[in-house]
Every structure is written in C-alpha cells, then in structure tokens.
Design a protein around this ligand. Structure first.
Ligand SMILES: Nc1ncnc2c1ncn2[C@@H]1O[C@H](COP(=O)(O)OP(=O)(O)OP(=O)(O)O)[C@@H](O)[C@H]1O
Length: 614
C-alpha cells in the first residue's frame, strides 16, 4: 500500500480513537501524524495484519503503540450498554505482546508506551506495561510481578519471553495483538526459532504487525508468523527511491586504515555536533578504544569537553541501560557526548540530539548500515552519517553496492591532518600501551576479533579478507607486534616486518602488567617455564651425550678422567646455550620464520590457501 499525500492532521485519521487517546496525542506535542502513522494506525486498530517498511526515524513506534492502546482500551472500557461493566482481564492473562531484538530497544518502547499512558484519566482502569528482558530480573520474579501487577502489555526480548511463557501461571489465550519491532532481525537465523515458537502459542485470531526500516530483508520468513492476509505499508523518503530519510546525509571517507583512529579523534574534537554515535566492529574493540580515548583524549582535555560512554553486549543489562540513559540524558549544551558502541545499538534507538554517526568499518550485514546511519537524521531533524572505507581497495565498491539498495553515499574529503599529528598520537598510544601489558593484550584481542569479524562480511566479494591491509590495521590498533594468526599468511612477503615487530623491538620478558599481583604471577610463571625448559633440554642432551660417550669410549679408549672432563665442558656449554635460547621469543621467532616460509611456498606453488584448513 502506497501512502497518499494529503493532510496529516490527527483530525483526519481514518479511525475513531478513544477520546483519552486522542487527547493524549494532542498533549504530547505531535501536531501532525507522520505518513507511516496515518496509514498504519487505521489498519492495525481495525482488523488488518500489517507489514510496515518505513525509513528510520519515521515514527513507527507510535504507529503500533496507538493501535495497541486502542485495542486495550476497547477491551477495558468499551461496553455496548451504559449500565454494563466490561469483564476484567483474568489474572495471568495479557492482551498485547511486543517483541524487540535488544533489551535497550525493548526498554525504549516501554518508555514510549508509558509516556502515552500517563495521560490516562485516573477514573479509568489503569493500563500497565511490563518489561521482560534477560538478566535484569529472574524469570521467577518476572512471573510474580506479572501475577501481582496484572499488566496488559508485555514488551520483551524473545529468549526471556519464551522462558516466561513456559510457566503454567501465564496464559496467552487473551492476546489480541502481537508486534514484531525490527521484524527482519527477529526473523533472521538468530531469533527465528524462538519467535515462531512464541507466535504459535498465541490465538490465531489475534492481529499481527511487523515493523522495520528494512523489512524486505526478512523475505519469505514473514509468512511463518501466521499473519492473515497482511497489508503492506511502504514509506520511502520523499526524494525518489532513497531508502534513507531526506534529513539524513550519508558520506563515505576513503582512508588509509592506519590513520582511522587519529582521524576519528580529529573529527570528534573539531566537528560541531551535540551527540555522536561511533560504531566499532566488536565488544572488545569498544572496550579497548574506550579505555584509550578515556585516557588519552579525556585526560588531555582539561575542560573535559567530550564525554565518552561505552555500550556493548558484554556489559550487564543494568550497565547497558545506564549507558543509554547517561548518553540520552546528557546535557549537550555543556559538552559533546560520544557513545562508543557495536550493533547492539544499531536498531531502533531513538535519541533526539544525535546529529552525527561515524562507522569505523561498515557492518557485516549491509541492511544494518541503514539502521546505524538512521540513529541520526530522525523525525526530520538534520543528521550526518560517515563511514570509513579503506582507500584504494575494493571496499570503495561498497558505494555502488549500497546505491543499488537505494542508499546514496557521497564522498567526503579527509580533514587536514599533519603527519606530526598522526605521529604524536601514535607515540602517546605506544607509551600508553607500554605502561601495562594487559592493555596491549586487549589490543591484540580487538585486532584478532576484527579480523574474524571481517571474514563474516556478507558482501564477501567487496570485503575480501585475503587482501585486507593487515599491517596498517594492526598499526591502527596500536599493536607493538603482529600477533601469530593464520591470516598473517595473506601479508605479502615484502611487507612483512622482521619477526612481526611493528615498531621498535621490545623485551617481552620485561614487559610488565600494571597489576602487581598479575605481574608477580607472570614473572613466577616465566621463571618456572625457563627452569622447566632448561631441565627438559638438559635431560635430552645428557641422554644423547651418554649414548655418544659410550660409543666414543669404545672407539677412542679415552681414560675415565678425560671423559669426565669432556662431559663437564659439554654440559656447561649446553647450559649456556639453553639459557640464551630459552627466552619467550624463541617460539615467536620460529613461528615468524614459518610464516615467511609458508608465504614463499604459497607463492611458488601458487596454491590459494583455504581458511577452513587452518
Ligand atoms: N507524529 C509525530 N510528529 C513528530 N514527531 C514524531 C511523531 N511520531 C513520532 N515522532 C518522533 O520521531 C522520532 C522517531 O520515532 P521512532 O523511534 O518511532 O522511529 P522509527 O520509525 O521506529 O525508527 P527506527 O526504524 O530507527 O526504529 C521519535 O523521537 C518520536 O518522538
């Protein structure tokens, strides 16, 4: 169904809403409907199932919230006869279910619904909501709260809802409406089984609504949701076939990967923005760079003009919700706010002051690109999204690839940054890492995580891990030395630094942890390891000498005294040699020789190595 132009005044809504709901919307300060609301509310409030695809920030949440509240109000307040009273909803039953792929989004949806419910007159039976997401509370507590508070509307993530519904105290046969927000995500391989299981438990005559900015990505799986002849609502941007909202401008920045972090810092320092979201590929990457930025940018910035907030899936639910709260409630008039995050905050998150989004790398799933960009430029507010692409590589083909998907990217020029600026930061970065071995270990983990992430790109012909610039990327991660990993075989021989060192060689034996306890045990382990190696090698050599000595005795007829002297000298020489060889680096050097050797072999035999073999 195409949305027709016309008056978007709430008075023109083609459905008669409950008076309290009409008043609530007016009081909330939304002068007009958005196109997706104008078309969806009448359908879903009536008796239609809907599949809604509308650009990011176009008001889809209210487009399903209003029909839900309308249906709940029908059930709670509507009577055919004035002197009748509606039958109350039974204990253990609910009327509406909303599913969301993330805890943050579920919590945000609950806030939107609650903000409308606030306008419900006090003389009416209260409408209540309950949030069901993993690890915030236990399932048992959720069930107790549900039975005691009797909410009619549940907002949940799939896993927790499934556990919750397994209880005999929870009944689903009164559910009148079910919504899947970010439906394409809920119907992909990660959630589909749970979601389909949940929907199977609901009454067949319920209404179902599927919402997303990229619903087409769900393909045929939408038919597994048990919808009844659904109506498709499509709302595109006004400008031709652009899949992004008109108020959002998207640029790409071709860049040498080695300079990504310094350039990011330059942008964050110099750009005018209120709130910025920076997307990193992995949780470890967020943790690592959050620590780096917190220390190197914040500490140098006496006025603390930028506040960094980190949000990723390895944090507890409470910490995640707190991070979103800090970021969204932060006063942008006082300082800039930067949320460093992963795709956990790619979809649905609605924070009005976000006017800049930066992606260090494109997401592995091309559909997520639009969701990430769409955290800005919402509800007709101006926003800018920037994605960094490795210059002179196939990654630049991403621009054409996205254009086919209706996402237009324009080229952005690099901000002027001197070599001195890069070098100064890299020196600071190196010194920061040298202060604590644990920092470098986290850097290695982040780099390795990134390489794994890269191999998962769906557009694998554009994002080829075989031609990834491994050395510049390792430098971007600040690494002192390239870690041992199978992918290093893709580094061309002529680019491979000696023994993998990316800068000045350091003594790994004395590279210490800042944590005293950890350092003590590292040194102890190192010593024990050395002693073990010495004694093992000594034993092996002695055995060899013994055998040799025996045969020599027969052959040369040496005197006992001479043999003893000789063996003593040999033993001493061996010990000396072992002491020199037994440093931690021996293994690494061997390993690097192997990498170089295998590279040579690869070149001469011209056989392409397969990843799965490794
Ligand atoms: N009728 C309206 N008039 C003005 N602003 C509105 C209206 N309806 C919703 N909004 C505002 O628009 C913003 C975006 O809405 P919402 O979060 O529902 O977008 P969405 O379409 O779900 O986006 P996404 O696809 O990114 O999840 C919100 O801040 C919301 O308050």
């Amino acid at each position: 169904m195409e949305v027709k132009k016309g008056s978007l005044s709430w008075e023109n809504l083609k459905y008669e809403l409950h008076p309290w709901l009409k008043d609530a919307i007016k009081s909330m300060g939304y002068p007009t409907m958005t196109p997706v609301q104008a078309s969806t509310i009448p359908l879903l409030s009536g008796n239609k199932d809907v599949v809604v695809e509308a650009v990011t920030g176009s008001g889809k949440t209210l487009a399903f919230t209003i029909p839900i509240l309308q249906k709940v109000s029908d059930r709670l307040y509507k009577v055919d006869n004035e002197d009748e009273t509606p039958e109350p909803v039974k204990r253990g039953h609910m009327l509406a279910l909303i599913l969301s792929p993330t805890r943050e989004l579920a919590s945000q949806i609950q806030s939107v619904i609650n903000s409308v419910i606030e306008y419900l007159p006090e003389d009416k039976t209260p409408i209540k909501t309950q949030l069901l997401v993993g690890s915030l509370t236990g399932v048992r507590e959720d069930i107790d709260a549900f039975l005691n508070n009797r909410p009619q509307i549940l907002i949940a993530t799939p896993g927790r809802l499934l556990d919750f519904l397994s209880s005999n105290y929870v009944k689903t046969n009164s559910v009148e409406i079910a919504i899947l927000d970010e439906a394409d995500k809920l119907l992909d391989f990660s959630f589909e089984r749970d979601v389909v299981n949940i929907l199977k438990r609901l009454p067949k005559q319920r209404r179902t609504g599927l919402f997303s900015a990229t619903i087409s990505a769900a393909g045929d799986t939408i038919f597994r949701t048990g919808m009844n002849n659904p109506v498709k609502v499509v709302v595109k941007s006004k400008s031709s076939h652009n899949s992004a909202p008109k108020s959002l401008s998207i640029s790409y920045l071709p860049i040498n990967p080695e300079h990504k972090i310094t350039t990011l810092i330059k942008l964050l320092n110099d750009y005018k923005y209120k709130k910025c979201i920076v997307y990193f590929p992995t949780c470890t990457g967020v943790k690592y760079f959050y620590n780096v930025f917190h220390k190197l940018i914040r500490d140098n910035n006496n006025d603390n003009l930028i506040q960094f907030v980190s949000l990723h899936g390895q944090l507890s639910t409470k910490a995640r919700l707190r991070a979103i709260q800090t970021f969204s409630e932060g006063d942008a008039a006082l300082k800039k706010f930067v949320l460093m995050t992963t795709d956990v905050a790619a979809r649905g998150i609605d924070i009005p002051d976000v006017d800049l989004v930066i992606q260090i790398d494109p997401p592995t799933d091309p559909d997520v690109f639009l969701h990430r960009c769409g955290r800005t430029g919402r509800a007709n507010k101006v926003g800018q999204a920037i994605v960094m692409l490795n210059e002179g590589s196939r990654e630049e083909e991403y621009v054409g690839f996205m254009e086919v998907k209706g996402v237009i990217l324009s080229e952005m020029k690099l901000p002027p940054i001197t070599t001195k600026y890069h070098e100064e930061f890299q020196n600071k970065f190196r010194n920061y890492l040298l202060e604590d071995r644990a920092r470098h270990e986290l850097g290695i983990k982040s780099y390795v995580g990134f390489v794994r992430y890269y191999t998962k790109h769906m557009a694998s012909s554009i994002f080829r891990y075989q031609s990834l610039p491994y050395i510049p990327i390792a430098k971007m991660y600040g690494l002192l030395r390239l870690p041992k990993m199978p992918e290093s075989k893709y580094v061309p021989n002529e680019e491979m630094p000696e023994d993998g060192w990316l800068g000045e060689v350091i003594d790994m034996d004395t590279y210490a942890y800042a944590d005293e306890q950890k350092e003590k045990s590292r040194v102890e382990n190192l010593e024990a390891d050395k002693l073990r190696k010495i004694s093992e090698a000594k034993r092996r050599k002695e055995l060899k000498i013994k055998n040799e000595a025996w045969s020599t005795k027969v052959e040369t007829k040496e005197t006992r005294q001479e043999r003893r002297e000789k063996m003593k000298r040999k033993r001493e020489a061996i010990e000396k040699q072992i002491m020199e060889e037994s440093s931690d680096d021996e293994e690494t050097q061997e390993d690097w020789k192997e990498v170089v050797k295998s590279n040579k072999k690869k070149k001469t035999s011209a056989v392409q190595g397969s990843f799965d073999d490794l």
